[in-house]
Design a protein around this ligand. Structure first.
Ligand code: DAH
Length: 330
């Protein structure tokens, strides 16, 4: 028996330990066979024989359990060592760290509009009612406020639900002509495969003195921009509604997954909606006291662009901080 205990202690793997257990306690195991001998033992010796065997069995089980614990700890240690990351160590890999696809897409869009002489503007994430709603022709109780699931803070402040308030701030702080984009974080109370409570938008605004800005200007710039982002796609303007623009349009590109033939991603329509835009509503100019001007505006979700460009299926994967996602974008 001592030899068996030694053998157990010396076992180097869980498999080896299991083999020993079977040799001893399996159907044809050494100890199992001893138990089978019980029948042949004279009655007066049975008790002692049984006690002895049971003791051996329990010693062996005990030893197997001990050894199992040790081997499992060793296996874990090995695994930990194999997957250990020293975050302080410089490796050649550090030089090829990846840009997050959302930031990468944001940069690409910013660069495009900077080349057209658009300034990049910024605004607060915690916004007041006037800038987020009122000045954008969304007065209190306007039904269109329901389009945006707002996070409310104290004192009628909100987490901005879009980047459009930066339009208002920019117009308040400068004079026409204006050409600006405003990239940034926005917040809405929404969470499913296509919505996260925090996401990113880019807003665009062009304002000129007098009535020189037309829908044709807007259409041209959007078509050029979308061709730059998505390559050779068809672009379609669909009449729509936004409180801050009139007329308004939603813009679709032909589906980049099926070339417009119809597939699951485009819900078999052949088209993918990518942005909203329109001619700035007069009420918006009134709110910032601009007179005799004309302009167009547009707004888009950066995650949507990133997902289409990189063919990412689930929006939430962009925010799970799984380093393997980034690894794919080296
Ligand atoms: N603010 C809109 C939204 O969050 C996007 C938008 C649409 C912005 C049309 C615009 C615009 O400037 O003209 O859904």
């Amino acid at each position: 028996m001592k030899d068996w205990l030694k053998k157990i202690k010396a076992s180097l793997s869980l498999q080896e330990l299991e083999d020993i257990r079977v040799d001893l306690l399996g159907k044809k195991g050494v100890l199992t066979q001893q138990f089978a001998k019980m029948k042949t033992i004279p009655n007066e010796q049975k008790k002692e024989f049984a006690q002895n065997l049971n003791k051996q069995k329990s010693d062996i089980n005990q030893e197997i359990e001990n050894q199992k614990t040790i081997l499992m700890a060793q296996a874990l240690q090995k695994e930990l060592e194999a997957t250990k990351i020293d975050v302080t160590k410089f490796t050649p890999d550090s030089a090829t760290a990846a840009y997050h696809p959302v930031m990468d897409t944001m940069d690409k869009i910013i660069r495009y509009f900077q080349n057209l002489n658009f300034a990049v503007e910024d605004g607060p994430l915690v916004e007041d009612d006037f800038h987020n709603f009122e000045a954008l022709n969304l007065p209190a109780y306007h039904p269109a406020r329901d389009m945006q699931d707002t996070f409310y803070c104290k004192d009628s402040m909100v987490l901005r639900t879009h980047t459009s308030p930066v339009q208002i701030r920019t117009m308040q702080n400068s004079k026409p002509p204006i050409r600006m984009i405003a990239p940034g974080t926005v917040f809405r109370k929404d969470f499913d495969i296509t919505h996260t409570p925090m996401f990113h938008q880019i807003e665009g605004l062009v304002v000129e003195k007098d009535g020189v800005v037309s829908f044709a200007n807007l259409k041209f710039v959007m078509e050029e921009f979308l061709t730059y982002m998505f390559g050779d796609v068809d672009v379609r303007f669909r009449p729509s509604f936004f409180p801050f623009t009139e007329p308004s349009a939603e813009v679709d590109i032909s589906c980049i997954f099926c070339n417009g033939k119809g597939c699951r991603v485009c819900s078999h329509t052949g088209w993918l909606e990518v942005l909203g835009c329109g001619i700035v509503d007069k009420n918006v100019f009134d709110a910032v006291e601009y007179k005799n001007v004309s302009g167009y505006a547009f707004g888009l979700g950066i995650e949507r662009f990133a997902m289409l460009i990189h063919k990412i299926g689930d929006l939430r994967s962009l925010f799970e901080s799984d380093i393997r996602l980034l690894g794919q974008f080296r």
